[in-house]
Design a protein around this ligand. Structure first.
Ligand SMILES: [Zn+2]
Length: 318
């Protein structure tokens, strides 16, 4: 029997329930939705979570499609899925947890007696730290971003190779291999010996069909690649970047992009132009280093100094 929160499944069965994480402002209990898929055969445990950032819904879309497709009779091992981590943020479609204005993915491994975010991080990490592999589903918030997978443990970490291999198995095509900030699940869990990746499934307001499909495929690639399910997965070459250059606007006005997500850009290539309200050119911004056009703002209007786009740099393949 595998029990997580109120969900209990014997081998060959699935159950859903809640992981209790304290109480809301109205005094009612807060429970994160959890699914336990207990395979008929012995095997490893995969932990998947979504919406650690409350406005990042593509991961929720992935979970909502993956879970009904999992047949415990065909599964070796266990899949545990927490569908919404940033519960309070999700309810109001907000990135941070509004209870303590904290980004939840800076609060791991958490503290059961700490702030709201620390308590949620502790409750989920309790479950995640029992797993053999972790997928923490994210996206580039509501800005536009390519589908990529982040490896956050850092290149000198003892699990770096395993995390890269997991990213390659997930197989979005792009990998950001850059040590993350303190408190990220994808940084903390490798310290406890668990290969962990942070798939970043595009960037959208609401759901993006193409990124959700990429995420569903990625989860099944991992399930097949690590023998939870029968079948083979072809690990294809991934384009890897190890950093970003961020570009802001030199002037206020309306942005017109001259590069698309995924484009290779060279030094001096125009990334975007800013015009005034009547179409007059105010400024033109060119790439300062070679790389891949990776992420951009969604809204066209910018103030001087405001974020416009990112170019991933130091690109190679593996
Ligand atoms: Zn995120």
């Amino acid at each position: 029997m595998t029990t997580v929160g109120t969900a209990s499944a014997p081998p060959g069965e699935i159950d859903t329930g809640r992981i209790e994480v304290g109480e809301a402002r109205d005094g009612s209990g807060v429970g994160l939705p959890v699914a336990v898929v207990n395979g008929a055969r012995e095997g490893d445990t995969l932990y998947v979570q979504a919406a650690s950032d409350g406005d990042e819904l593509n991961g929720v879309g992935v979970v909502q499609r993956v879970v009904p497709q999992l047949d415990p009779a065909e599964l070796a091992g266990t899949v545990v899925v927490v569908g919404i981590v940033n519960y309070h943020g999700f309810l109001v479609a907000q990135h941070r947890n509004p209870i303590d204005d904290t980004k939840l993915n800076r609060a791991f491994p958490g503290n059961p007696n700490g702030s709201s975010s620390e308590r949620i991080a502790a409750a989920t990490y309790d479950v995640a730290s029992e797993a053999d592999l972790i997928l923490d589903l994210h996206q580039g918030s509501t800005s536009r971003m390519i589908d990529e997978v982040r490896v956050r443990c850092g290149r000198r970490h003892r699990l770096h190779r395993e995390c890269l291999e997991l990213a390659k198995t997930f197989g979005c095509g792009y990998v950001l291999d850059q040590k993350g900030p303190d408190g990220q699940l994808a940084r903390v869990a490798p310290d406890d010996g668990i290969p962990t990746i942070d798939p970043e499934l595009g960037g959208a307001v609401g759901w993006d069909e193409s990124s959700i499909r990429t995420g569903v495929q990625g989860v099944f690639n991992v399930l097949r690649g690590y023998d939870f399910l029968d079948g083979d997965v072809t690990r294809t070459e991934q384009t890897r970047a190890t950093g970003f250059d961020q570009y802001g606007s030199p002037s206020g006005g309306l942005v017109r992009f001259r590069a698309d997500l995924g484009d290779e850009v060279g030094v001096g290539d125009t990334l975007f132009e800013v015009t005034d309200l009547f179409g007059g050119l105010k400024s033109r911004v060119a790439a300062e280093s070679q790389g891949i056009f990776w992420r951009s703002r969604r809204l066209p209007q910018v103030a001087s100094g405001e974020y416009v786009c990112s170019v991933a740099t130091n690109v190679d393949t593996y």
